[in-house]
Design a protein around this ligand. Structure first.
Ligand code: BG6
Length: 497
């Protein structure tokens, strides 16, 4: 695909994401010759930095690039660094952007980047509308001399209402097709492969429905805790931080109907339909029975003492923010009627892993009897990370007399495609936006549909009603009470066990 000459303007350029993800991804794209010929990155924020200081900070000082640049000759590093500039906005993002516009114009002339610009908002979300408004005041959103695109980072709202307000706010200044809402899970190869697994093979899709699937299980576990993000996390929690966006994106890809084609609108239309078909839980009784929240408490992990969540820096000592969420729900449509979905996400688990497990129904008549048979249901495991791949579990006969059945695996690991360079999520997504492909970005109606499902759960949890907050030892697979949630369908698959 062709990538037009363009400029990338990053708001929030002195922040963590710029140093940790954006600049390293752009650098990798540069090394892979994927950047357009005429290309400039302009960092913008409130810190008082010169171009030089900005370059030193994001390229030479950054832990993330040091590893990468140490073996490279200076020419390659310099070639990239020369594309970096910085503009100080002064005290506030809410200011006159005329000086910024002048700088953009000057860089455009100097580097011949044409009028194509991506504005990347890596600021706190409260500033998204402010920045868009000021861009518009300065006439920087007009498309008559080149396209303009806006990339926004999560969170997209804090609830359905705030998400709608945010979308409305952005739509005052940018059209929906100009807005790219980044959900980095969609940039993961294995997540995209879900579409290919389902819709380019003839052996899975015929079974992908209520007739053959018993239940669907999705686990997202992280071994880290709140880390240095306690202040942010305590206002967010597992449901907002992971479930509303990344995990419901995975759900929508599992649930969706085949799109007519593989373009952005067709795929996203089907995803919205999928999200809209999730059965909303509104009654206290169903919310009580189908949702579990918990916090990690102090424990020892590998012999080392690990703090409890409430003792983490930036976290309220009486916090009621969940670090673990497990939700059971149903999908009200023809394909999925009656099939339960179990989705859980948590910090401070024994390992870092994300996987989707499709549990198939047992054969309706068992002819090989015996205790081993209990376990012999077929599973399709889509491993998102790490050890990216696909695993099928099926029964085989143990050699010898009788019909003893044992479970065998059919494995595919991405790592076996050794020659292929697998792009990091941010690299892939940035390049897509640069090329105007929004397929892997979330559309406004998708985000709102996801909030519609999550809102009643959050409201219930925050209602002050007698909703339990369970504890689980840091480094354990969540609270024991979560076992009860899935009981009717067996037990959680804890991947490293
Ligand atoms: C982010 C969350 O969106 O995703 C973090 O804010 C989380 O809390 C991260 O750690 C997980 O991403 P990944 O790619 O490491 O699974």
């Amino acid at each position: 695909k062709k990538t037009d000459n363009q400029m990338l303007v990053i708001f929030g350029a002195s922040g963590d994401l710029t140093a940790r993800k954006l600049i390293p991804s752009l650098f990798n794209l540069y090394l892979a010759d994927q950047l357009p010929e005429n290309f400039v990155i302009l960092g913008v924020s409130r810190s008082d930095l010169t171009d030089e200081a900005f370059r030193d900070r994001v390229v030479y000082d950054s832990e993330y690039l040091k590893q990468k640049t140490k073996d490279l000759d200076d020419g390659r590093v310099k070639g990239f660094v020369d594309k970096l500039y910085y503009e100080d906005l002064g005290d506030s993002y809410d200011t006159d952007y005329a000086p910024l516009r002048k700088r953009v114009e000057a860089l455009k002339e100097k580097h011949n980047t044409s009028g194509n610009i991506i504005y990347y908002l890596s600021t706190p979300p409260t500033l998204y509308e402010t920045v868009s408004h000021n861009l518009s005041n300065a006439g920087m959103n007009t498309q008559n001399n080149g396209w303009k695109r806006l990339i926004v980072e999560k969170p997209f709202g804090y609830s359905l209402e705030t998400a709608q307000e945010l979308n409305k706010g952005l739509h005052k200044y940018f059209k929906e097709h100009q807005i790219y809402r980044i959900d980095h899970y969609l940039g993961k190869e294995t997540v995209q492969n879900l579409l290919v697994t389902r819709f380019s093979n003839s052996i899975f899709e015929p079974l992908w429905n209520r007739n053959y699937i018993q239940h669907v299980e999705i686990t997202n576990a992280e071994s880290v805790g709140a880390e240095k993000r306690g202040g942010y996390y305590d206002k967010s929690g597992a449901l907002r931080d992971m479930f509303q966006n990344h995990l419901l994106q995975l759900v929508s890809l599992v649930v969706m109907e085949p799109p007519i084609g593989a373009d952005a609108e067709e795929i996203r239309n089907e995803k919205v339909k999928a999200l809209k078909s999730l059965r909303l839980m509104t009654k206290d009784k169903e919310l009580f029975e189908n949702t579990i929240r918990a916090q990690y408490v102090a424990s020892k992990v590998d012999g080392k003492a690990v703090k409890g969540y409430r003792d983490e820096e930036g976290v309220d000592s009486n916090s009621t923010t969940e670090t673990y969420a497990a939700i059971k729900f149903y999908v009200d449509n023809w394909r999925w009627h009656g099939v339960p979905f179990y989705v859980r996400t948590a910090k401070r688990m024994p390992t870092k892993v994300t996987e989707i497990v499709i549990h198939f129904k047992k054969p309706h008549h068992q002819i090989f009897k015996g205790s081993e048979m209990q376990e012999m249901d077929n599973k399709l495991i889509i491993r998102i990370q790490p050890d990216e791949g696909i695993l099928i579990k099926f029964g085989v006969k143990v050699p010898g007399q009788g019909f003893k059945v044992e479970r065998a695996n059919l494995d595919f690991y991405y790592a076996s495609l050794a020659e292929t360079y697998v792009m990091e999520a941010y690299e892939r997504l940035l390049l897509d936006a640069m090329q105007g492909d929004a397929t892997l970005y979330a559309r406004a109606d998708e985000v709102e549909a996801a909030w519609e499902f999550v809102d009643p759960i959050l409201n219930y949890w925050n209602s002050g009603k007698d909703v339990r907050m369970y504890g689980y030892a840091a480094g354990a697979w969540g609270p024991e009470n979560a076992d009860g949630l899935i009981e009717g369908d067996g037990y959680w698959r804890n991947p490293s066990e």
